[in-house]
Design a protein around this ligand. Structure first.
Ligand code: GLN
Length: 458
């Protein structure tokens, strides 16, 4: 109860961050009282007993508002719990509120929310990253202990990098997507923001696993991530990095130098770190944007002004006009741009040139990735090419904004797990992260190595 009060107080003290869209104050306090009683009575306690969690506004929490930060969902109320939410609650977590994000999780700065920008708590004139900006800031500024976000192309890892917290995207299919508003279904995955690798491991242990409501989720058993992550702390790893990633002209020189000297440190400690050629790097962003916009154009077709949410008030006109007006008024600029792009790449005349081609590149990326993991345990890279930028600085240049995703979209294209670890500080005073990726379903190695890297960075 005291912990919840303390978080509520902190949330109230920084409203300008705009991290939370709703705070479930009374409910959270009531639940804390019930949980306190359980403890006093010596009842068995859940793994997340009393842990205060926030949810990105794309994760369904029954009887609570859910809008994907979009006007088109208006005052929609969730009618069921996401499986991840059920699992959190079953282990004693307390859900404290709904967190701001980019509309339909599309963006890298949280400037695309119809409910206002979110501010980076370390410098309020800067963006927190996106699309799970509110969730990252909430953990950064101690407004909750853990946040659940979603990561389609970096939306957990990139804001974690900008805010100096841990951001974990599990393997595609590790966590059920039931109750997660779909952006690009073959990329989307629920991810975790936490202050430490251990907290992320524990949360993953709770939310991962089979689910009858999601046919794409894996039935593999969920390892005891928390315990396993602590084992083998001295293991020496074989680590790859992409030569093209560190040589990329868009990479901030201070970030490059820091990562290079960290690589030297790792080698000094007995790890093997090698550069591998990855000539496909320049194709990952275009491939990602062709495929995700295609999937989005189909996923978002259900928001038609009839079934749920916002409906345009038109006098007369036919059904098509109602659709048009509701969608033009209900969706923001970025979402409209992506629906149009996605519809274009799927259209009869261009399908092969764009969509089929991008699928082929995705296949090549998977093959190349398998070959790398046959030789290496992990791949490391910067998480983002630069530190958090000023609000408004990039909002008029979508292509430049898309390039910020160059290091993160790869893991979603091939489905592997990735984490951003808050290891470094830029000479400009802002935090930045190291991204670590391992092969499919090898979260155990990812978490173990993450603990070691955190210790080495000091
Ligand atoms: N910035 C990327 C995009 O806008 C990633 C989004 C995400 O992971 N949800 O698509």
């Amino acid at each position: 109860m005291e912990a919840v009060r303390c978080y509520l107080e902190l949330i109230r003290s920084r409203p300008q961050l705009n991290a939370f869209l709703n705070v479930y104050e009374t409910e959270a306090l009531e639940r804390a009282a019930v949980l306190d009683l359980q403890r006093q009575q010596g009842q068995p306690l859940g793994k997340l007993h009393g842990v205060v969690v926030g949810l990105k506004d794309v994760i369904s929490y029954k009887d609570h508002p859910l809008s994907a930060a979009s006007k088109i969902l208006g005052n929609f109320t969730a009618v069921y719990n996401a499986t991840a939410v059920d699992k959190l609650l079953a282990e004693g977590a307390i859900i404290i509120g709904r967190q701001n994000c980019d509309e339909f999780a599309m963006g890298s700065s949280n400037e695309n929310s119809s409910l206002g920008v979110v501010r980076n708590a370390i410098d309020e004139s800067r963006v927190p990253g996106g699309s799970s900006g509110g969730s990252a800031v909430a953990v950064q500024a101690d407004l909750c202990m853990i946040s659940l976000g979603s990561d389609t192309g970096g939306s957990v890892r990139q804001p974690a990098d900008f805010c100096g917290v841990v951001g974990l995207k599990p393997t595609y299919g590790r966590v059920s997507r039931y109750g997660l508003i779909a952006y690009a279904s073959s990329f989307d995955q629920i991810g975790i923001f936490a202050k430490t690798v251990e907290d992320a491991a524990l949360t993953l242990e709770v939310i991962a696993g089979a689910d009858d409501f999601d046919s794409t989720v894996s039935a593999r058993e969920v390892p005891a991530y928390t315990t396993l992550a602590r084992e083998n702390p001295e293991k020496k790893y074989k680590i790859a990095y992409f030569k093209e990633a560190l040589e990329h002209p868009g990479l901030d020189p201070a970030i490059r130098e820091t990562i290079e000297s960290f690589i030297k440190k790792l080698t000094d400690q007995g790890h093997t770190v090698k550069a591998v050629d990855f000539e496909l790097l320049e194709h990952v962003v275009p491939t990602y944007y062709v495929l995700t916009t295609a999937e989005a154009s189909s996923n978002l077709s259900r928001f038609d002004g009839v079934r749920y949410g916002y409906r345009a008030d038109i006098a007369g006109g036919d059904l098509t006009e109602l659709y048009k007006a509701s969608r033009s008024q209900g969706f923001g600029k970025e979402v409209q741009r992506r629906i149009m792009l996605g519809t274009f790449v799927l259209s009869a005349g261009y399908f092969d040139a764009y969509f089929t081609k991008a699928q082929q590149v995705r296949q090549l990326l998977s093959q190349r990735t398998q070959a790398i993991f046959a030789e290496f345990d992990a791949i490391i890279s910067p998480t983002v090419p630069a530190t958090a930028f000023k609000i408004g600085e990039k909002s008029n240049d979508p292509v430049e904004m898309f390039l910020a995703d160059i290091y993160t979209v790869f893991a979603n294209l091939v489905g592997i797990p990735g984490i951003s670890l808050p290891l470094f500080q830029h000479p400009n005073g802002l935090p930045f992260g190291l991204q670590v990726m391992t092969s499919h379903f090898d979260e155990v190695s990812l978490l173990r190595l993450s603990r070691q890297l955190t210790a080495i960075a000091g």
